[in-house]
Design a protein around this ligand. Structure first.
Ligand code: UD1
Length: 418
């Protein structure tokens, strides 16, 4: 396992390019299972989670090639069964989206409690209910797994009592090849979902309403495949903006889509931050004293939970009291303890809320990354802190961010992988 050693307190400057969207790439790989034709994915982030998702497909018999950086071709024609290797499924949550196309294609799949970042309970009840609504039979098997069977999935009306991103995507993928019409009610609105639907429709699927709370899918017998370019990762872009703000740096975030960050940008402006927006760039202006704000995480287009950890770090550098209310996951604020060890003044009110008193200078420490997003937030804290920090065991950061130290070194950060 590698560590990052960071000498904090440097002002950064230059351009910071954003990679392709992780949360789209993982679903695009699943979509490859819907067609026997070859899919070509580009602008794919070269990260651990993508490698694991591709490994699951390879283990199922798919042919995957990697002709150049960020480009993969996938042919799932040779896949003969939906029996996913449990040890890999246990490594990442997004493996669940594979169950939709596998069930549609093979009529049988096992759904176990998938792994992923330890940020809360992350149940699978919505998936089980969704598949049942599409006519699948669900049987519990020993070892916390469920066997799902359906000769042919048939369209149904799936009402999500709670908005779920992978739940929406999994049911959308499953319904593409189901018989008849499916409606997803209270669907998630994340831009990656609309993008996935555009790709699928270009190759024969009939999906309407993706990006709205009601998605309708008319099932078709087969679809084709082709080229799919991953959109920029909005979470990475937002995280980089906060990294620049927390280190009082002037940095231009490039290859991003500012439209996907409208709500967070509004909130950072409320804090006193200034930006210059280009069609695919955000320039973070010269440092100013930042002011406290209250933040409540929300499904898209609200303030995304994946940016909450970095926001918590940023607010330690803002003047006044801030309340951070994490509404989506119950395990995403415990890393505040580590920030307090670095000098922050954060009170954990309950698992969903913290109060931050700022600004407080931060000091370098030896710390551990609890999950990908908090890992990057702690890296931001280490870059803003005085002195040396060691982030031990950075696998969670490598799961979600490509060549991070290379990109940060180019801005003048003092960071090395050990
Ligand atoms: C996705 C993203 C993740 C992001 C999250 C919320 C991927 C690979 N991951 O995760 O980065 O943080 O959306 O924006 O796209 N829930 C249930 N039952 C279920 C499923 C979910 O109760 O069967 C709950 C969850 O515990 C959570 C809420 O629904 O409280 C939202 O979770 P969900 O949107 O499903 O998150 P993911 O899709 O896992």
């Amino acid at each position: 396992m590698s560590d990052f050693i960071i000498e904090g307190g440097q002002r950064l400057a230059g351009e910071l390019p954003v990679a392709g969207a992780k949360n789209l790439a993982l679903k695009a790989i699943a979509a490859a299972l819907l067609s026997p034709e070859t899919m070509r994915l580009s602008n794919v982030p070269e990260i651990e989670d993508v490698k694991r998702q591709l490994e699951i497909l390879t283990r199922l018999g798919a042919e995957v090639s990697h002709p150049e950086h960020g480009v993969y071709t996938i042919s799932t024609a040779p896949v003969r069964s939906g029996a996913m290797p449990r040890e890999l499924v246990n490594k990442l949550r997004a493996s669940t989206v594979l169950t939709g196309p596998l069930l549609a294609r093979f009529g049988k799949v096992e759904l176990s409690h998938p792994g992923g970042c330890k940020i809360g309970r992350r149940p699978i009840d919505l998936f089980l209910r969704g598949f049942q609504a599409l006519g699948a039979e669900v049987k519990e098997v020993p070892g916390k797994a469920y066997q799902l069977r359906a000769k042919r999935l048939r369209g149904g009306r799936i009402v999500f009592p709670k908005v779920s991103v992978t739940g929406t995507e999994t049911m959308m993928l499953a319904a593409v090849l189901a018989e008849g019409k499916t409606e997803l009610v209270n669907a998630a609105l994340e831009p990656e979902i609309g993008e996935l639907a555009v790709y699928l429709n270009a190759h024969g699927a009939r999906i309407s309403g993706a990006g709205t709370p009601l998605i309708t899918i008319e099932g078709v017998a087969e679809i084709g495949a082709g080229s799919f370019v991953m959109m920029p990762d909005r979470i990475e872009a937002g995280t980089f903006i906060m990294l620049a703000l927390a280190t009082a740096s002037s940095v231009t975030i490039t290859r991003c889509e500012p439209k996907h960050l409208e709500v967070p940008l509004a909130l950072w402006r409320d804090m006193g931050a200034e930006f210059e927006l280009g069609p695919a760039s955000v320039t973070v202006g010269k440092a100013k004293a930042l002011q406290a704000v209250d933040v409540k995480t929300h499904e898209y287009p609200g303030f995304v939970t994946d940016l909450q950890s970095s926001m918590t770090v940023l607010l330690t550098q803002a003047q006044g009291h801030s309340l951070v209310h994490e509404t989506i996951f119950e395990g995403r604020l415990f890393f505040a303890d580590i920030l307090n060890q670095m000098g922050a003044d954060i009170t954990l009110c309950d698992p969903h809320r913290v109060i931050i008193q700022g600004p407080t200078p931060l000091e370098g420490r030896t710390i551990e990354a609890p999950d990908a997003r908090a890992g990057l937030a702690l890296l931001t804290a280490a870059l803003a802190a005085k002195g040396t920090s060691t982030i031990k065991n950075i696998y969670p950061i490598d799961r979600g961010y490509e060549r991070l130290e290379e990109r940060l070194l180019a801005l003048g950060a003092h960071i090395q992988r050990a």
